[in-house]
Design a protein around this ligand. Structure first.
Ligand SMILES: Cc1nc2c(=O)[nH]c(=O)nc-2n(C[C@H](O)[C@H](O)[C@H](O)CO)c1C
Length: 153
């Protein structure tokens, strides 16, 4: 199995390196990396990782900035990623951390790393251990900040 890592120079943490470190802790997989300037470049990078470099699943790692134009870019990038998934019939795990989700730089660095790590585990489960995801269905999992947990009557 081969996992693709698409990441950006715009992000303020080396999300690609974090993802690769976490993947290696959980599975022996071949990994292909493709770094692009910003998140709108991610859809084609992911599609190329799948079609030209034979990846079975790709993680798309990006950090939308806090301005309105960044949020618009994030929406466009996200739509591109959805399209790339449908065109290739492969999962692309979108790992976006919006800069304004965090109250300061310290929390941003933590969130960028933590969400990336938790989604890397999801990527391994999707590819190799889908039953583990099934077991967690409906449990309010979140990546980064604490899990929401199941709703109770
Ligand atoms: C406005 C803007 N905002 C972001 C952002 O918040 N996060 C990000 O990763 N990239 C941003 N970019 C860059 C674009 O995604 C892209 O790299 C350029 O438009 C070149 O294709 C742009 C242009």
């Amino acid at each position: 199995m081969k996992i693709g890592i698409a990441d950006t120079t715009f992000a303020r943490v080396n999300m690609g390196a974090v993802a690769i470190d976490e993947l290696k802790r959980h599975a022996t997989l071949r990994i292909e990396r493709y770094t692009v300037p910003g998140m709108k470049d991610l859809p084609v990078a992911c599609k190329k990782l799948i079609e030209e470099r034979g990846c079975d699943l790709v993680m798309a790692l990006g950090m939308p900035g806090g301005k309105d134009k960044d949020k618009l870019c994030a929406h466009e990038a996200s739509q591109g990623l959805q399209l790339a998934m449908l065109m290739t019939n492969k999962h692309i795990i979108e790992v976006f951390v919006h800069e304004d989700e965090a109250k300061d730089d310290r929390e941003l660095a933590w969130l960028l790393e933590q969400r990336t790590r938790e989604h890397a585990v999801n990527a391994v489960k999707l590819l190799l251990y889908p039953r583990e995801l099934e077991r967690d269905a409906g449990t309010g999992q979140r990546q980064g900040f604490p899990d929401a947990g199941p709703a109770r009557q």
